[in-house]
Design a protein around this ligand. Sequence first.
Ligand code: FAD
Length: 159
Amino acid sequence: MDDRQFRSAMGKFATGVTVITTEVEGEIHGMTANAFMSVSLDPKLVVISIGEKAKILNKIKESKIFTVNILAADQEELSMIFAGQLKEHKEVTFERLDGKPVLSGAVAQVACEVSAEHVEGDHTLFIGKVTDIHLEDAEPLVFYNGKYRSLVELKPVTI
Ligand code: FAD
């Protein structure tokens, strides 16, 4: 099995798109990520997976905090900015949730404190204890097979 086949298979799992943010000495850093899921309801825990080459890795290790911003359908440009896919630098303004940097307009903002980290292969899994949440009534951005998409509601099945 080669890397491309593995990537293609994982790309068949449709996900939302998030921007993970953290802050070290007043400097905010963001990174686009879709490796995010809920882990536990009691206590409320989530997990993110960060590649060993990502600059945000050491920043989260240092700050011990992060936020997960689940992007709305009209926030594709933010996803591209924080994935390093835009050539020109764009200024982004952040709001605060529980004192942590978040993106306005996100479908959900989830503020976390790192409760554990596990190195697995070339990624580090951060378990985040959720300290606050803010929700917006908007449609999410979707990522599937390497492309951005939007949700389509299926008609209910009639039997
Ligand atoms: P950089 O590449 O330096 O930063 C990313 C970009 O964000 C840069 O262009 C930078 O200018 C910009 N930026 C950062 N902070 C700010 C700020 N405060 N204001 C304005 N711009 C800022 N990688 C993973 O490790 N895990 C994943 O789950 C994951 N999922 C992904 C899902 C999708 C849909 C995509 C497109 C990419 C995903 N990636 C994931 C890859 C990851 O987003 C890129 O490799 C990213 O460039 C790595 O970021 P970095 O921390 O190394 O920092």
